[in-house]
Design a protein around this ligand. Structure first.
Ligand code: GLU
Ligand code: ZN
Length: 483
């Protein structure tokens, strides 16, 4: 028996849409589960869509997610001759007819019709094909096309409610339904897995398919129409309201594995109440029959949480490598640079060893890799970026801040410069001032790092060096003097 063949067939948009990435993933998981073939097809019959830069983003996104195609990409723009041949075949079999109605004419005639759409006006006019005629499919007047859908069961489309739809525009350009069906036939696709927004077009494709079968029978694929991916308002993700490009999430510092895992949960669940599952488990358990009917909420909070879990599971070395694009985009380990911009410090001040030393404590505190630079910037900037709100409330407004900063300054002047000693002398210094290490740390942290939150304090102090720490404490004291 031949192996299943599935395809991901995006129209180039210049980015990989999250909903499309989910469609691609379900195709890919199905193919991997079945030992099948995952085909990539670029549906670029619209001329403005056939630019290679628009396609690169899609291929790049798939590759980032580890879903490279086994076959393709095939480009519809390269198959115009084939579509012309098919159009000839359908025309000579009488399955198409020419129509010269304008949109306005059709609208004027059909405004009050109970069933919207074209009214069959040119069906029996016997027009010749020409530069002003579109070609419409002669939909049977009676009967029903039943789409057998693996997820939704049988969906019936009575022909009486289907119009004679356009297959070829007057410009000669074949439309989506035609090119799509022809390509699925020619590449022997066995399963069409795609968003359920396309379900209304499926019976048209099936009619074309069956018409072509008269000369050249090809088994109709099985269909699986996936529930929509929606935002918190339960609306389809919109380019204007929502971040829909997979690249955006990559730039924010989502790990590909975490993002892919989360995409899999959009309409499918692994066994046993789990959400975090590795790709082998997904492949092993994936079944089209288990896909949910309800639309899937793309919950960025949940995705972020899952990403944090994936980050914490990385080995120290893998975390350092994963963070490289955000902290050291010039280094060889950074394969690409996020469009969120370069880190805030001058490249030559970055010190890989210092970063590697604090990385393990940063790793447990971020949910996104893009959060890493603000956690460590004080180590690589000549002066820390001060969180003014934290300065106002936790230094300026705290009567103990000055005595604490003065006491640790004295203690740091001649203690051994090593984290445990630094911690011990800090403890005694804040004790003497009458507070605890956990409370007394805030002014020190803000003076040295600029922020009220961050990795544990004493290791970074050691890494910064005595002179730099004393200078920062002094600067904070001078600023306190100024009020
Ligand atoms: N090119 C179509 C789209 O991006 C998808 C076609 C299909 O999967 O059948 O909406
Ligand atoms: Zn007409």
């Amino acid at each position: 028996m031949s192996v299943p063949r599935v395809r991901f067939a995006p129209s180039p948009t210049g980015y990989l849409h999250v909903g499309n990435a989910r469609t691609a993933l379900f195709n890919w998981l199905f193919a991997r589960n079945q030992g099948g073939v995952f085909v990539l097809r670029i549906e670029d019959t619209d001329e403005e869509r056939s630019q290679s830069s628009l396609v690169e983003a899609i291929i790049g996104g798939l590759s980032w997610l580890g879903m490279d195609a086994d076959e393709g990409p095939y480009y519809q723009s390269a198959r115009t001759d084939r579509y012309a041949e098919i159009v000839e075949q359908l025309w000579s079999a009488g399955r198409l007819y020419a129509c010269d109605c304008t949109r306005e004419e059709v609208l004027a005639r059909t405004r009050d019709n109970p069933i919207p759409g074209y009214d069959g006006h040119c069906r029996e006019r016997g027009l010749e094909r020409g530069p002003t005629t579109a070609l419409r499919f002669r939909t049977p007047e009676t009967g029903t096309t039943v789409v057998h859908d693996i997820i939704r069961g049988d969906v019936e489309f009575p022909h009486s409610a289907m119009e004679d739809f356009v297959c070829v525009k007057s410009s000669g350009q074949p439309l989506f339904v035609l090119a799509n069906a022809v390509d699925d036939r020619d590449t022997a696709i066995s399963h069409v897995i795609r968003g359920d927004d396309l379900l209304p077009t499926t019976p048209k494709g099936v009619l074309i398919w069956n018409a072509l079968d008269e000369r050249d029978p090809v088994p109709l694929p099985a269909f699986a129409h996936l529930p929509q991916v929606v935002n918190e308002r339960r609306k389809k993700l919109s380019k204007r309201r929502d971040q829909v490009a997979v690249e955006y999430y990559r730039d924010q510092g989502f790990l590909a594995e975490a993002f892919r895992n989360y995409l899999a949960l959009l309409g499918w669940s692994p066994s046993g109440d789990r959400e975090k599952v590795d790709v082998q488990t997904m492949i092993g358990e994936f079944r089209l029959e288990d896909i949910h009917h309800a639309s899937a909420f793309f919950d960025v909070k949940k995705l972020t949480h899952l990403n944090g879990e994936y980050i914490r599971d990385l080995s120290a070395a893998a975390f350092i490598e994963a963070a490289a694009p955000w902290v050291a985009p010039g280094r060889v380990t950074a394969r690409w640079a996020p469009s969120t911009g370069a880190p805030p410090w001058p490249a030559e001040r970055f010190d890989q060893e210092v970063f590697a030393a604090v990385a393990p404590s940063v790793q447990g505190r971020v949910s996104l890799l893009s959060e890493v630079p603000t956690m460590v910037d004080f180590l690589f900037l000549a002066e820390p970026v001060v969180d003014e709100a934290a300065w106002a409330t936790r230094v300026l407004a705290d009567p103990l801040a000055r005595p604490i900063l003065e006491a640790v300054t004295r203690a740091y002047e001649d203690c051994e410069w090593e984290r445990e000693t630094i911690q011990a002398v800090t403890r005694s210094a804040v004790d003497a001032v009458g507070t605890t290490l956990s409370k007394g740390q805030a002014p020190i942290r803000i003076a040295v790092t600029g922020r009220s939150v961050g990795p544990p304090l004493f290791e970074p102090l050691e890494l910064l060096g005595r002179a730099e720490v004393l200078e920062r404490l002094q600067r904070a004291l001078t600023r306190l003097d100024a009020g």
